[in-house]
Design a protein around this ligand. Structure first.
Ligand code: GH3
Ligand code: MG
Ligand code: MG
Ligand code: MG
Length: 313
């Protein structure tokens, strides 16, 4: 197709960043050209003429939506769809099948495989635009809901659900790369007494301030904080060995007491303090998510037993 960049094409009127990115997959370049003319005004359009090329583009360019031809040589649309749905990186990209096949069983099969819609050829440009717009909107809404479902409403850090999923992914990555990884678990000291003395609202404020301190202390991209339970938080530190994690734990311990949140009924200080447990998976050592969590938790327990406001690792 003269004038077409085989990877990315747009009309150049808008910054491509601002436009949602679509991938059009069809073995016939003329069909892609038709789609391009319909969509390029409003979207950044990626193009692939085979299933294999489509899979590679999805992994690398993360399109927001895919328009997928059903009948293609070598790998057909069903197979492309199946492979995309199996891959965690691509499984949530909405897929609309485009096909000349009019029988309902083809449509049923496509929807069963996880496609969101089915458009028959010959295509009507207005219908294509309307459906693309609708599915992009639905995807944006579900992304937003999902992000809320992963946040702790009180403190704004991630919640336990997010953490558990993320930990599994991160430990898998660390094991594959033979890299170190650490967890720091922390628990507010004498927090029941804090609530009893200052009230539950003040207790909530205190938890927000602890979360804020954690955000201040964790600076590296890839570090993660979650509220794991009532007054218990956990920090996930990829590519971090034992000494780095102990240093960070010390920084957190200090950051929190330095806030001087009054706690007259604490037995360790006149301020709110935390106890911390560090668990590390060293480089070139295999460890499971559960084992690392148990380790950090056991160290936290020791810190409590030893008198609180301290770090064990
Ligand atoms: P320790 O030093 O051994 O950790 O003692 P603790 O009092 O902190 O621990 P304990 O587990 O006995 O009490 C935890 C308290 O945290 C009890 C619970 O009411 C309070 N808590 C849990 N979630 C929340 C919350 O969301 N807001 C408030 N204000 N309090 C909470
Ligand atoms: Mg075809
Ligand atoms: Mg506590
Ligand atoms: Mg606790």
């Amino acid at each position: 197709m003269p004038g077409f960049n085989p990877m990315i094409a747009n009309d150049g009127n808008f910054p491509s960043q601002a436009k949602p990115r679509l991938l059009v997959v069809d073995d016939q370049p003329t069909n892609i050209q038709v789609m391009y003319q319909i969509l390029a005004q409003d979207y950044q359009v990626l193009m692939a003429t085979s299933g294999k090329q489509a899979l590679a583009l999805c992994e690398n360019k993360h399109p927001d939506l895919i328009l997928l031809d059903l009948i293609m040589p070598e790998m057909d649309g069903y197979e492309v769809c199946q492979l995309l749905k199996r891959n965690t990186v691509t499984k949530d990209i909405p897929i609309i099948f485009i096909t000349a096949q009019t029988d309902e069983s083809a449509e049923e099969k496509g929807l069963d495989l996880g496609a969101v819609d089915f458009i028959s050829k010959p295509i009507n440009p207005r219908i294509v635009r309307a459906r693309v717009k609708t599915h992009l909107m639905l995807k944006a809404q579900s992304d937003l809901l999902r992000s809320w479902a992963y946040l702790d409403g009180l403190t704004g850090v991630h919640n336990r659900r997010y953490f558990d999923e993320h930990l599994t992914t991160e430990i898998g990555r660390a094991v594959r790369n033979n890299s170190a990884m650490s967890l720091v678990m922390l628990d507010v000291d004498f927090f029941k007494r804090y609530n009893d003395k200052y009230g539950h609202q003040a207790g909530d404020d205190c938890l927000r301030r602890v979360a804020h301190s954690l955000r201040t202390s964790l600076m590296r991209p890839g570090d993660h904080i979650a509220r794991y339970g009532g007054e218990e938080f956990v920090c996930l530190l990829p590519e971090t060995g034992f000494s780095g994690a102990m240093q960070l734990a010390e920084q957190i311990r200090k950051e929190i007491i330095d806030q001087q949140i009054e706690h007259a009924d604490s037995s360790v200080a006149p301020y709110v303090t935390v106890s911390l447990g560090v668990g590390t998976k060293p480089e070139n050592v295999h460890a499971s998510a559960n084992a690392l969590m148990s380790l950090a938790d056991a160290q936290l327990y020791k810190a409590k037993e030893a008198g609180r406001h301290r770090i064990f690792g």
